[in-house]
Design a protein around this ligand. Structure first.
Ligand code: ZN
Length: 311
């Protein structure tokens, strides 16, 4: 039943061995693993979830021959061109950063110029990772998955975005972001924040735990949007008042519920939940009872009552 088995090995070790350097190589990205996923967009929860992926747009097609040289913008002063695994790059605030790459598959696409003029890719990626660390890994013993590189691929595709491990190694992540979607963001004053929000959501998938592949997809998507919510990047169409059909409906519906749990059980509740998803295989009843003292369904009923009362 669970679609997560295939990714039980998503996060193998606790050792964080990551780098950042300028990437200007011309090698083509390997085509991602072939997967069939239903169409989905940011606000629409998808019925099927595959760990490490979200906002599935289409079965990733083999990457076409490069039409333009991949580009990358450094986020840090460049050090060793061939860093060893022992060297870690850190952000100005001390967060360990993976190697970050930007790959624009079609520089002539209108979405490409919107992206490049709306955000500084280096800044937005590194600051998003810092935000994720702040929300999910700010206190020991919480520790993130050993993500070693993140390649952001801008390409013409349906949907919004999705994240996957690379062919070679699930510690190397690829975020595929739709140029068509970027070019459709309206009004133009929303472009920067929406790009930032989608990237943050996808980056959470590069850095979250999944209960050894057993956590509900809606919870995984909810955590990603919860981080987006904490960073004040909720798009205007999200509504806190809307009553979700179920607690793990995913996306903003679950994100607001997680926000309720954080309010009710104290700051750090979601961080501790994510940490618990690192340490153990997700078994719903025991998981929530151990974490917050009761079954999640009961908490969801309590939550719905607060919504009905307009609290
Ligand atoms: Zn997602």
């Amino acid at each position: 039943m669970s679609p997560f088995n295939a990714a039980n090995n998503l996060f193998g070790t606790e050792t964080l061995r990551i780098h950042l350097r300028v990437s200007q190589n011309k090698e083509e990205t390997n085509p991602p693993l072939s997967m069939s996923l239903p169409p989905a967009t940011t606000p629409v929860p998808q019925p099927i979830f595959m760990p490490g992926m979200s906002h599935a747009a289409e079965s990733p097609a083999p990457a076409p021959a490069p039409t333009s040289a991949p580009s990358a913008i450094p986020t840090q002063p460049q050090g060793d061109e061939t860093p060893s695994d022992k060297n870690q790059d850190t952000s100005s605030s001390g967060t360990s950063l993976p190697r970050l790459r930007l790959h624009v598959q079609d520089i002539a696409h209108p979405g490409s110029s919107i992206f490049l003029s709306s955000v500084n890719a280096a800044t937005v990626l590194s600051s998003s990772i810092e935000s994720i660390h702040k929300q999910l890994y700010s206190q020991a013993p919480s520790s993130p998955p050993p993500t070693r590189s993140v390649t952001l691929i801008l390409r013409d595709m349906d949907g919004v975005a999705y994240t996957t491990g690379s062919d070679l190694d699930s510690d190397h992540k690829e975020i595929h972001f739709s140029l068509r979607y970027i070019s459709s963001i309206a009004p133009s004053s929303r472009q920067s924040a929406e790009i930032n929000g989608v990237l943050l959501h996808e980056l959470v998938h590069c850095y979250q735990w999944n209960g050894q592949g057993r956590a509900p997809g809606g919870l995984i998507e909810g955590v990603a949007d919860w981080v987006r919510l904490q960073c004040d990047l909720a798009p205007p169409h999200w509504s806190r008042e809307q009553i979700p059909a179920k607690w793990d409906v995913g996306y903003q519906g679950t994100a607001y519920f997680l926000e309720y749990l954080e309010d009710r059980f104290g700051k750090g509740t979601i961080r501790r939940m994510n940490e618990k998803l690192r340490n153990e295989r997700y078994e719903e009843k025991a998981f929530w009872t151990e974490l917050v003292g009761g079954p999640i369904e009961q908490l969801f009923e309590d939550y719905k009552k607060t919504l009905l009362k307009g609290e």
